[in-house]
Structure formats: structure tokens, C-alpha cells
Design a protein around this ligand. Structure first.
Ligand code: ASP
Length: 441
């Protein structure tokens, strides 16, 4: 990462460890301390104070620092990505292959999820009184989410790709709109080679470099932030809800695990020519960041670093694929949407035929593209799908209590999927991908 231009000062101890090792330590310390405090103090006021005044603000600060960089990074990475590709034909090939990958691999993920829900039937195993209790507990939030789905329609989702005002799109978190604008800008800057456009591209390069430097500073805080985020979660969550919904949680985690640790490495090995070990070693920091932040967008800076500096994916491919992938390529989210819709259908006794399940699959693939890369981004999409099949959208309240934990797991898969896509797409357009073996961080 970007310290090459500084004389290297040998570090000792903690600072000498690779970043992902430090993050792993932060992760364990935070999780164990949180669980111990929960077991020991439960709902004690002092624990609430520690969470409210220490661990939560520290975690939030880290998230805000990452989010702060997302808009300039998305814009500059995409403009430069397109300009570096240079040739509109190659851009077309890259775009097409990325799209193909997104659709095919997301469909595999959702299929795994749907098959497992049909086999294990988690919705039929849940006692009605537990269900009612959970629904009553989360009714307020579930109602809000169900109301938000009104704002979502397939037509609006498609139209929103083209923003009427790019500044507004950036300000309101419409990243797809911002990406569309950046892609158009990049294409025009490639076609039109004047002094002015060259200066513009140089400036955008400056913005990108500055973002990377800022990110390397922010990422240095990751081990502490990860500890704080995990502490907040485990000290607050406890494990009761997890136990009540054990079968559902088990199905989601199993399906996510199969996609992350079986499907993706096989594809990366055979289509991308990179071994599973090297792939996961390179992806580790990004996976941990995704797991701790539950946000693909907040993880984007780390994803780009992992792709370029650890996996050795050429910049012109990684910038395009990973940046687009952070909002559009969501294996984990689509899988989760499918499992949850079927789980709730089972719970409410709504029978979905095979054909209807195929429609769910299709919508989930689109839902993976449409969901925002923020914590809980898929919930409004799930509420929309539930409504389409006559399942009460408020049923989402049943799973809200454990959503954060499952969000962490599915976001880790989303980001792993982006990195896998960058490796395979790079190889498919004739680039060589050579993962770095030495710890570079
Ligand atoms: N948190 C997920 C992400 O950012 C989106 C979701 O599934 O809620 O990738």
C-alpha cells in the first residue's frame, strides 16, 4: 500500500504485524470482550454506557471516515477506469463480461439458497408463539421498512440509473446514478483528446491518489475500529434471538459458506487461474472489513486495494469491476433475499410453486443489483418481494433481530464476489493476474 515513497522504518511488535493479522486480533478481542460483558452484565446500565459512549462512537467514526471517501473514490476510480481502458471496444467487452458474471454467479448463489430452504424448511420449524413475539418486538421498524418499499418499483429502479442531477445523486447516496454519470464522463474524456480533457484526467488522477492516501491512513485504524464494532454488536445482541431462529440462521450461513468457500474459489481457480489459498490470502483484509462494517460501499476502498495490491489485478480492470461490483454485484444479498422470502412464505403458510420460486430467483438477481451497499440495504427490497407474493411485508420483523449478524456474513460474500469477478474478468480479457505472496501491509 502507498508507503513505497517513504523510507521504510523497521517496526517492532504490533506495528510489524500484517494489517490483516492485527484486524483479526481486533476482531477476536472485540467479539470475546463483548460476549463476556453480555454474559456477565447483560442489560446493566454501565454496559449500555460503555457501548453508547465508547465502542459505538469509535465504530461509527471509522464508518463515517470510510463513507466520506466513497463519492470521490467512485467518481475518480470509474472515470480513470474508463480512460485507462481507452478503447471503447475493450470497455464494451469488459462491461459485457462483468454483467454476465454478475447474472450467472448471482443466479448460482440464489439457487443454492432456495434449494437449502426447500430441504431444511426452516419456516415450518419455528413455533408460532416465538414468531408472534419477534413480530411484536420489531413491529415499528418492520412497518417503516415496509413503508419504504412503496418508494421502490422496478420502473423507478431502472429510471434512477440516469440521474437528473449528478450532485444530488451523490448527495443522496444514489451510487448507481453517480456511476452512470462517471462512466459517461469517462467515455467522453476518452473520445475527446484535447489539452482541457487531459488536464481534467490529470486532476481526477490526483483526486484518486489523494483518496488512496487518505484510505491508507483510515485503514490503519481498522484493527481498533473492528474491535469496537464487534464489541458493540456482541454486547448488545446476545445470542437469544440467534437461538430462536437457529434453523433459519443455519440455512443462511450454510448457503453463504458454500458460495464463498466452494463456488467462488472453484470459479477463480478454473476461470481466473488463481489458487484458492492465494485468493483468500489476498482477499482477507477486504473480507474482514466487509464483515465488520456490513457495507460493500464502505469496504470499496479496501476492496480496490486488495484487488490491485494483493491479488495483482491490473488497475484498469479492478477499478471498473470492483467499483461497479460494490453496488451491482451482490451474491450474498441476493442469496439472503431468496432464503428470507421463502422462509417467511413457509412461516405464513404461503405455498410458492416451482414457477413462483423461479420468479423469486429472477427478482433476487435483480434485487442484488438494486440493493444499496449499506447496512440493511436489502431489507426494503425484501419487503417489496414479499408484497408481490402476498406475504405480509411486516413479516420482515421476524428476522430483524438477527439482521445485523447475517448482514455481516452476506456483505463478506458480496465483497469476495467482487474480488473474484475482478480476477476472472481480467483473465477473460487477456490480462495476467499475479497475486502478491509477501505481506505488503
Ligand atoms: N449490507 C449489504 C452490503 O452492503 C447489503 C445488504 O444485503 O443489506 O453489501
Amino acid at each position: 500500500m502507498g508507503d513505497q515513497d517513504h523510507p521504510q522504518v523497521p517496526h517492532r511488535g504490533w506495528r510489524a504485524m500484517a494489517l490483516h493479522t492485527r484486524m483479526l486480533i481486533g476482531f477476536m478481542v472485540g467479539a470475546l470482550a463483548g460476549m463476556a460483558c453480555y454474559a456477565w452484565a447483560g442489560q446493566a446500565p454501565w454496559l449500555d454506557m460503555v457501548v453508547a459512549y465508547i465502542s459505538q462512537p469509535v465504530g461509527d467514526l471509522f464508518l463515517r471516515l470510510l463513507f466520506m471517501l466513497v463519492v470521490p473514490l467512485v467518481f475518480s476510480a470509474l472515470v480513470l477506469g474508463v480512460v485507462e481502458i481507452g478503447d471503447p471496444k475493450l470497455l464494451g467487452r469488459l462491461g459485457l463480461r462483468t454483467l454476465l458474471w454478475i447474472i450467472a454467479v448471482t443466479a448460482i448463489a440464489v439457487t443454492i439458497g432456495l434449494v437449502l430452504v426447500n430441504v431444511f424448511q426452516p419456516g415450518r420449524g419455528l413455533p408460532a408463539e416465538v414468531g408472534e413475539h419477534l413480530l411484536a418486538q420489531a413491529s415499528q421498524r418492520a412497518g417503516d421498512i415496509a413503508a419504504r418499499r412503496e418508494a421502490l418499483s422496478a420502473r423507478e429502479l431502472l429510471l434512477n440509473i440516469v440521474p437528473t442531477n449528478p450532485v444530488n445523486a451523490a448527495a443522496s447516496g444514489n451510487l448507481i446514478g453517480l456511476m452512470f454519470f462517471a462512466l459517461m464522463f469517462g467515455i467522453a474524456a476518452t473520445v475527446l483528446r484535447t489539452d482541457g480533457t487531459r488536464t481534467f484526467v490529470g486532476t481526477v488522477q490526483g483526486v484518486y491518489d489523494i483518496c488512496l492516501r487518505l484510505i491508507s491512513w483510515v485503514i490503519g485504524l481498522a484493527p481498533y475500529a473492528v474491535a469496537a464494532l464487534l464489541f458493540t454488536l456482541t454486547a448488545r445482541l446476545g445470542w437469544d434471538v440467534l437461538g430462536q431462529l437457529a434453523r433459519y440462521v443455519g440455512v443462511v450461513v450454510l448457503a453463504l459458506g458454500l458460495q464463498t468457500f466452494v463456488v467462488l474459489p472453484v470459479l477463480v481457480r478454473f476461470l481466473g487461474g488463481v489458487r484458492a489459498r492465494a485468493f483468500f490470502r489476498g482477499a482477507q483484509t477486504a473480507m474482514l472489513t466487509a464483515f465488520s462494517t456490513s457495507s460493500s460501499s464502505a469496504t470499496l476502498p479496501t476492496t480496490l486495494q486488495a484487488a490491485e495490491h494483493r491479488l495483482g489485478v491490473p488497475k484498469r480492470v479492478s477499478r471498473f469491476v470492483c467499483t461497479l461490483g460494490a453496488t451491482a454485484n451482490m451474491n450474498g444479498t441476493a442469496l439472503y433475499e431468496g432464503v428470507t422470502v421463502l422462509f417467511l412464505a413457509q412461516f405464513f403458510g404461503v405455498d410458492l410453486s416451482l414457477l413462483q420460486q423461479m420468479v423469486v430467483l429472477l427478482i433476487c438477481v435483480l434485487g442484488g443489483i438494486g440493493a444499496a451497499g449499506v447496512p440493511g440495504g436489502s431489507l426494503p427490497v425484501i419487503a417489496m418481494i414479499l408484497g408481490m407474493f402476498g406475504i405480509p411485508p411486516e413479516g420482515i420483523g421476524l428476522v430483524l433481530g438477527i439482521d445485523r449478524f447475517l448482514d455481516m456474513c452476506r456483505t463478506a460474500l458480496n465483497v469476495t464476489g467482487d474480488l473474484a469477478a475482478s480476477v476472472v474478468v481480467a483473465r477473460s480479457v487477456g490480462e495476467t493476474v499475479v497475486p502478491v505472496t509477501e505481506p505488503a501491509l
